[in-house]
Each structure stands twice: as structure tokens, then as C-alpha cells.
Design a protein around this ligand. Structure first.
Ligand SMILES: Cc1cc2nc3c(=O)[nH]c(=O)nc-3n(C[C@H](O)[C@H](O)[C@H](O)COP(=O)(O)OP(=O)(O)OC[C@H]3O[C@@H](n4cnc5c(N)ncnc54)[C@H](O)[C@@H]3O)c2cc1C
Length: 426
């Protein structure tokens, strides 16, 4: 069986590995000139290495951990030093959080658990939960977080998880994540990252394939006639028995299907929303944040939102992760790197003294991603979510957005396993 896989991110590489292991003749196509898609370890020279996209592994992301293990790699533990929290000029740490903020966090958590008692997975099979699906997470937090500081804290945490402003996140979709992680005891979130960078494991995945990744191949049309599928790229045509498409929804939306995909599939692809998240990374000539025993990890109520020590190659690098409308605002600035150093130096004057150079990674404007990762918008779950993953004849859909762990690298791997099983049983 000849199988064409389009997209060489985690989903496409994993699908190709599994299909080859099952004896399929696989060809893997990628629009960019590199593997990894929304994961990329950037090497700027001089020991500056950091993640431009996906970075953290939760402790219960077992597929990612098993994949690393299969290549003899160990995940790196996150920095043990506590995160700084800065709100209205006051500072504390996550270990010593203000009592009003903690009480609000616990109140929101308890209210979410209460709602989850009446829900089950898969989340779209809760037809009576329409009112939850139509509500926003922002609205839910306004109801249960009673103090201004608590609202900021809870909003800041969940905005970081969702990658966008909480007015854009549907309550029911968010609750599905709470249901999935109900067994957690508290330390699982962002417990690890990739030792030496995600590109190391991506390179190992690529090297494990017998097929060569075809770079610079931009898919434009997909035609299903008779017993096969034709993929029409900008620069040529390829025919297969089955295909796996791992493109993120906005990229998939640009592909023409003949015959057209079912109306419910088209609506699901068009209705899927991508988070607006960007990263700004700075190199410093000295890890000034370590001078007073701080690890560089911070959440604040200012426009930088969140930072951490991100260097993977020896040079001191700090990254900021900015989500939602503020991310768009940052990318409109003439020089977001320098503007970011200015904002940092307002909080930490040493930042300006030690700054060397910096870079931005603007995922919402990336032509092959058009966003950072998928989120479940209000009204999406009950109307569309069930229609995202199922195949349409010989076309199989993979990628993080088609998984129960949507938004995560874990989801990309999960989706590859499902697509592999579908193709092999077809
Ligand atoms: C800033 C940021 C932070 C993140 N943080 C985390 C994190 O900490 N932890 C975590 O688990 N996840 C995180 N993620 C999400 C994670 O990176 C993604 O869920 C995962 O990489 C998606 O993998 P994928 O294979 O599904 O999609 P992709 O990686 O997007 O792969 C799809 C591939 O398809 C290609 N493609 C697109 N259009 C075409 C076309 N027309 N023709 C051919 N090829 C095409 C793309 O170039 C891409 O290589 C983050 C993402 C970003 C951007």
C-alpha cells in the first residue's frame, strides 16, 4: 500500500514511522525546508539555542516520554527555582502566593470540578451541556474569582495554557481538559522539556525513516477518484492508495478537495480556532537573573505576561511567551525585541545593561501554521468537534487539532497513532 503523508511535524513524522513499521510504502511531504512544524530548536550561533515553538512536556504526556525513551533520550526537568509573580508592582513567588489569589484559584478549581461531575469524555457526547459550550472561560472566571488579583492570577495561568484570551475559549472545551487531567496531583504541568531541544528528537524521528522527507512541497489540491488519491503540489502530482494530512486547520482550509469534503468536515475545519501566541527571545552577556538566586521564570500583569530561562546551548537566553490580543499588539511594533528589553528593564534594570540581541517568533503570521495551536472556541465542541478527526474515504486527518490532547505535542503523537490504525484497517 502506498501512503502519502503531508506535513513533517510531530504528527506527520510519527505517522510515517508507524506506517513504515507496518509495511506501508510511505512518502512524506513538507512545505518548509525543515521538519518539526510548530516545534523548532533555533540555533543562532555562539551557544544561543532556544525553542521557537512547542517546548514543555507535561508529566502525563506519556507518548512524548515513551518516544524520547525509544531514542535513548531523557527529558530535562524544569527549573526547580520558584516563579516570580508580579502584580501591580508587588512581587511574590508561586510558592508563596497571595492568599486572595490562592483562594480564588481554589474556588475556580472547585467550581470546575463540580461541573465536571455531570460530564464525560468524549466531550461532544454531552448534548445537554449546550449552555456550558456557549459560555466563555472568561465569564466563568469572572463568576468564581472574586478579587482583582485572583482574577488576574487565574486568567494569567489559563491564558498561558490556552494560548489566547479567555473570552475566546469555550467553557465546555476547557472542562474537557480538566476531565482529562483529573488524576493529576499538581506537579505534572510543564514538568519537563526536551534535553538539547525538540529538534534533536525530530531529527531522530526523521533519521529512523527509510523514506526521505520531500521538502518545499506545498500541497494545493487533493483529488479522490476511483481507488486512489491524487495529491497536487505546487510543483508536481503524486498518487497514493491512502493519504494522511497533518496540516493545521487554517492551512487545511486553503487546500482544494475534489470532490468537496462533507459539509460537516468543512465547517469543523473552518470553525477551528488557533491561538495567538508569540515568543520573544533575548540573549544576554550574563544571566543577570541568577545573581539574586532567581531562575528567570516570571508571570506579570504587564505586557510581557510570562518569561523563563530558555537557553539550551550554554548562552544566557530569556524567552517571553505572549498570548492573545497583546501578542498581536507586540508584533505590530517596529522593534518588539528592543521594546521587550525596555519592558523587562522596567521590572529588572539589569536586563538593559546585559542585552545582546534578540528574535521574535510570530506564529499567527506563519504561512504554514497561522496560529500557535488549536483551542476550542465557544460553541465549537457540540457543533463541530466530533467531525474533526474522522476520515473521508481515503483521506485521513491527523495533527494535534484532531486529538483529545489537542494543542499539545502529545496530541500530535496521539493523532498519528489513530491515523495509522485507520489506514491499516482501511
Ligand atoms: C509558541 C508555541 C508554544 C507551544 N508550546 C507548547 C508546549 O509547551 N507543549 C506542547 O506540548 N505543545 C506546545 N505547542 C504546540 C505544539 O508545538 C503543537 O501542538 C505540535 O507541534 C503540533 O504538531 P503537528 O504535527 O500536529 O502540527 P505542525 O507541527 O504544525 O505540523 C504540520 C506540518 O504541515 C506543514 N504544512 C502546512 N501546510 C502545508 C501544505 N500546504 N503543504 C505541505 N505541508 C504543509 C507545516 O509546515 C508543518 O510542518 C506550542 C506551539 C507554539 C507555536
Amino acid at each position: 500500500m502506498r501512503v502519502g503523508v503531508v506535513g513533517a511535524g510531530f504528527a506527520g513524522l510519527r505517522a510515517a514511522m508507524l506506517l513504515e513499521a507496518s509495511g506501508a510504502e510511505v512518502r512524506l511531504f513538507e512545505a518548509r525546508n525543515r521538519v518539526g512544524g510548530r516545534c523548532q530548536t533555533v540555533d543562532e550561533g555562539g551557544g544561543v539555542q532556544y525553542e521557537a515553538g512547542g517546548e514543555w512536556i507535561d508529566a502525563d504526556h506519556l507518548r512524548v516520554l515513551r518516544l524520547l525513551q525509544s531514542f535513548g533520550m531523557e527529558p530535562a526537568h524544569k527549573d526547580a527555582l520558584p516563579r516570580k509573580l508580579i502584580h501591580r508592582g508587588r512581587e511574590t513567588t508561586a510558592l508563596d502566593i497571595w492568599s486572595d489569589a490562592l483562594e480564588d484559584e481554589l474556588r475556580v478549581e472547585a467550581a470546575a470540578k463540580e461541573l465536571c461531575k455531570n460530564l464525560h469524555l468524549p466531550i461532544w457526547k454531552n448534548p445537554t451541556a449546550k449552555s456550558l459550550d456557549d459560555r466563555t472561560l472568561a465569564d466563568f472566571i469572572r463568576e468564581h474569582a472574586l478579587t482583582e488579583r485572583g482574577r488576574w492570577w487565574v486568567t494569567s495561568m489559563f491564558r498561558s495554557d490556552e494560548g489566547d484570551d479567555l473570552e475566546r475559549i469555550g467553557l465546555l472545551g476547557w472542562l474537557s481538559g480538566i476531565l482529562k487531567t483529573s488524576e493529576r496531583d499538581g506537579d505534572e504541568l510543564s514538568a519537563f522539556r526536551f534535553e538539547g531541544g525538540s529538534s534533536r528528537v525530530l531529527a531522530a524521528m526523521q533519521a529512523s525513516l527509510t523514506t526521505d522527507v520531500q521538502f518545499g512541497r506545498i500541497l494545493r489540491r487533493v483529488s479522490q477518484e476511483g481507488k486512489g488519491v491524487t495529491l497536487i503540489f505546487e510543483d508536481g502530482i503524486e498518487r497514493f492508495d491512502q493519504v494522511v494530512l497533518t496540516l493545521p486547520p487554517p492551512a487545511l482550509e486553503q487546500v482544494v478537495f475534489e470532490p468537496a469534503l462533507s459539509a460537516r468536515k468543512r465547517c469543523a475545519i473552518e470553525g477551528y480556532r488557533m491561538s495567538r501566541a508569540v515568543k520573544i527571545s533575548w540573549e544576554f552577556d550574563h544571566a543577570w537573573w541568577e545573581d539574586d538566586g532567581w531562575g528567570g521564570s516570571m508571570q506579570c500583569d504587564g505586557p510581557l505576561q510570562q518569561t523563563w530561562s530558555a537557553g539550551l546551548g550554554g548562552a544566557p537566553v530569556l524567552s517571553a511567551y505572549i498570548c492573545g490580543k497583546e501578542a498581536r499588539d507586540w508584533m505590530q511594533l517596529g522593534d518588539p525585541v528592543r521594546a521587550g528589553v525596555y519592558e523587562l528593564s522596567v521590572l529588572f534594570p539589569a536586563a538593559a545593561r546585559h542585552f545582546r540581541r534578540g528574535w521574535t517568533h510570530n506564529w499567527p503570521d506563519d504561512p504554514f501554521a497561522m496560529g500557535a495551536f488549536s483551542h476550542l472556541a465557544p460553541g465549537f465542541v457540540l457543533e463541530h468537534l466530533a467531525h474533526v478527526a474522522p476520515p473521508e474515504r481515503r483521506i485521513h486527518f491527523s495533527g494535534e487539532h484532531t486529538a483529545t490532547w489537542n494543542g499539545f505535542i502529545e496530541g500530535a503523537l496521539e493523532s498519528a497513532e489513530r491515523a495509522h490504525a485507520e489506514v491499516m484497517s482501511a
